[in-house]
Design a protein around this ligand. Structure first.
Ligand SMILES: Cc1cc2nc3c(=O)[nH]c(=O)nc-3n(C[C@H](O)[C@H](O)[C@H](O)COP(=O)(O)OP(=O)(O)OC[C@H]3O[C@@H](n4cnc5c(N)ncnc54)[C@H](O)[C@@H]3O)c2cc1C
Length: 419
């Protein structure tokens, strides 16, 4: 009894490792012919690092990233709004890490190759659709375009679609499926720069309404001179904005003017942006939550199931939690009903019942009340003007409530995380 995984990203690879740890056979089909370290910065929150620790890969990841000490919020004038300690520094058992997404992906990929063997990982296989024979299904045919131009039909008993935000399998299940764009565009880059604040600070400045920057370090001493590789993201919301193109390089002139006067005594934002060799542009998109992920012998996972705005560092965390949850459900189902396709399809439904609602809440909260609502609150109270001290407007405890509310919804309140 084998599980077939479509997509070898963060979700697909974590799922493969979880299945392997439970002695359940699987194979991964990934569209890119060669796995390269692409993307920019990603933040691994404590609920995700706890899962990665259980998978035995956290010790490999920690030296490759930077353990965050604190999360700090400023208004667009560079004035302090709120700060809190993060990860182990605030009592969690596992760290909050900033790192290059490519490094996270590489560590997961290498672990899968090493533990499952290269024969279980098929690169250069782009899934274009599927056919199911019956329900509860005992047969799925996956249609694949191969990198060499040929086509193949891959037979499978149970399929988990981990093929990301533009999932081909989701598209077949929901032909009208499309990304939701609310006028927020983003530009991303990495710059070599001296450490900012503590050198371990996750920094948010401004809000999407007025322009926002997210800045955090991902590699220490990148040049042997004590400088860091700093990940930055610029976000701008405009009512009539055209959607940025995933496949095009970003252009400074499209966003730098918004940040031109963001020069503070603790950071020169335009200089940080201009120090980046390459700029990537992305639209900030998500999709409306679905009512159903599991159809017979097929289910959705990670971004294929619940793409969300990257406003709370939760995309990869929720994907990694999905992976462990489904592996647990399959293990339990096999233990009680035997390792067969019917038992596996019951597990897919069980997984859906456990994960659909919680992830839908994160999708909705990332739209309405993400952590940067802290800065919006300060802007609202100061009417968008500079202030003398945030304490004149609101207490740190009140702002902490916004942060704690988000952690509760996203499943990483300290009380809910393994200690
Ligand atoms: C190239 C890339 C760069 C990213 N960079 C960042 C970043 O810098 N910061 C950040 O916070 N998040 C980034 N993300 C998003 C983040 O990694 C995901 O939100 C999160 O980890 C969810 O993981 P996932 O496995 O569901 O989706 P993804 O990580 O998107 O993985 C999906 C995988 O499926 C493969 N795939 C797609 N279509 C098919 C198909 N038809 N057949 C077979 N395989 C298919 C893709 O090649 C990919 O490997 C990036 C994603 C990608 C793909």
């Amino acid at each position: 009894m084998k599980i077939t995984i479509v997509g070898g990203g963060i979700a697909g690879l974590s799922f493969a490792l979880n299945l392997h740890a439970r002695g359940i056979d699987c194979e991964v089909y990934e569209s890119v012919p060669e796995v390269k370290e692409i993307g920019v910065g990603i933040t691994i929150l404590p609920h995700a690092s706890a899962e990665l620790s259980k998978l035995g890969v956290l010790e490999k990841l920690e030296p490759l990233g930077i353990e965050n000490l604190e999360s700090v919020f400023f208004n667009r004038y560079g004035q302090f709004v709120y700060k809190e300690l993060r990860g182990r520094h605030s009592g969690y058992k596992t760290p909050e890490l900033g790192m290059h997404r490519g490094r996270l992906h590489r560590v997961l990929y290498d672990a899968v190759l090493q533990r499952l063997g290269a024969a279980k990982v098929h690169t250069g296989y782009r899934c274009t659709g599927f056919k199911q024979t019956a329900e509860p299904a005992t047969g799925v045919e996956l249609f694949m375009d191969l990198a060499d131009g040929s086509q193949r039909v891959v037979p499978a008993s149970v399929v988990v679609a981990c093929d990301g935000v533009n999932s081909a399998i989701r598209k077949q299940l929901y032909p009208d499926d499309q990304v939701a764009f609310a006028g927020i565009n983003t530009w991303r880059g990495v710059s070599i720069h001296k450490p900012i604040l503590s050198g371990k600070s996750y920094i948010r400045i401004g809000s999407i309404e007025t322009g926002k920057m997210v800045i955090y370090p991902i590699i220490d001493n990148v040049d042997g001179k004590g400088n860091q590789l700093i990940n930055w993201v610029a976000e701008i919301q405009e009512d009539q904005a055209a959607m940025n193109d995933w496949n095009k390089p970003g252009r400074l002139e499209d966003f730098l003017p918004t940040f031109e006067d963001w020069r503070y005594d603790w950071l020169d934002v335009p200089a940080l942006i201009q120090a980046s060799d390459h700029i990537l542009e992305y639209p900030m998109v998500d999709k409306d939550p679905l009512k159903q992920w599991t159809f017979g012998a097929i289910t959705l996972m990670g971004d294929a199931a619940h793409p969300m705005y990257p406003r709370g560092s939760n995309g990869s965390a929720q994907a990694i939690i999905d992976a462990r949850t489904l592996a647990d459900c399959i293990q339990n189902s096999f233990a009680s009903d035997g390792a067969n396709p019917t038992s596996a399809t019951h597990a897919l439904k069980d997984y859906e019942s456990k994960r659909l609602e919680p992830t839908a809440k994160v999708v909705k909260t990332n739209r309405t009340l993400p952590p940067d609502a802290i800065i919006m609150k300060a802007d609202e109270l100061s009417k968008g003007q500079p202030f003398r001290s945030i304490d004149d407007l609101i207490s740190q405890d009140e702002l902490r409530q916004i942060s704690e509310n988000y952690k509760q919804i996203a499943g990483f309140a300290l009380s809910a995380t393994p200690t």
